[in-house]
Design a binder for this molecule. Structure first.
Ligand code: C5P
Length: 205
């Protein structure tokens, strides 16, 4: 069984994907981490994230980079969003995601184009969404917890810019698959969102 979980930044898709993996006993891949690693590697190499050639060269990052705490910060998220517009970068990361998705026994993958491009045959496709305000508020609290100084307005502006780039790129734009089940988590707590996702998957498997 393949479970595809797509959605915008801070929609709760990562938390939901992890919980689904634990619930159904499946391995989980956060595909955003791959794009983040490319963004980080471009930065470490002094390359230009908007140059497809530089970004492509950075797709061969060491696996140890996936454990780098810098990968989780907003700056790397922005770099990931910029390198991910290049078709050659998406292509270079395709096989790794595809092998993970098609391993015997199944898998849960979360990202932007799992249900549309990486595993269109997935038995369960969820599209997790939430208002910009709700997502910004969550991100704000998370960052305050980590002691990062930031304003709610700055986070909203950043989320809008990333949404815009992710939705309007030519290749694999962020959009629900035609057969995806859409879950809006704006008004849901974490446990409610997880329960809604488990229910949605149960309906189709
Ligand atoms: O999900 P996360 O915020 O970690 O993803 C970082 C960026 O990587 C996203 O803004 C998006 O541009 C890109 N991405 C993508 N396709 C995926 C996963 C992430 O384009 N499957």
């Amino acid at each position: 069984m393949i479970i595809a979980v797509d959605g915008p930044t801070a929609s709760g898709k990562g938390t939901i994907a992890k919980a689904l993996a634990a619930h159904f006993g499946l391995p989980h891949l956060d595909t955003g981490l791959l794009y983040r690693a490319v963004g980080r590697q471009v930065f470490l190499d002094g390359g230009d994230p908007d140059d497809g050639g530089d970004a492509l060269a950075a797709t061969s990052f060491p696996d140890s980079l996936l454990d780098d705490p810098h990968l989780r910060n907003e700056e790397t998220g922005g770099l990931a969003s910029r390198v991910s517009v290049h078709p050659a970068v998406r292509q270079a990361l395709f096989d790794r995601q595809r092998s993970f998705a098609t391993q015997p026994g199944g898998a849960v993958l979360d990202g932007r184009d799992i249900g549309t491009v990486i595993a269109p045959e997935a038995e369960a496709k969820l599209f997790i969404t939430a208002s910009v305000e709700a997502r910004a508020q969550r991100r704000f609290l998370e960052m305050q917890d980590r002691g990062v100084e930031v304003t709610l307005e700055a986070i909203q502006d950043d989320l809008r810019a990333r949404d815009e780039r992710d939705r309007n790129r030519d290749v694999a734009p962020l959009a629900p698959a035609a057969d995806a089940m859409v879950i809006d988590t704006s008004a849901l707590g974490k446990e409610e969102a997880i329960a809604a996702a488990i229910d949605a998957v149960r309906q189709v498997v």
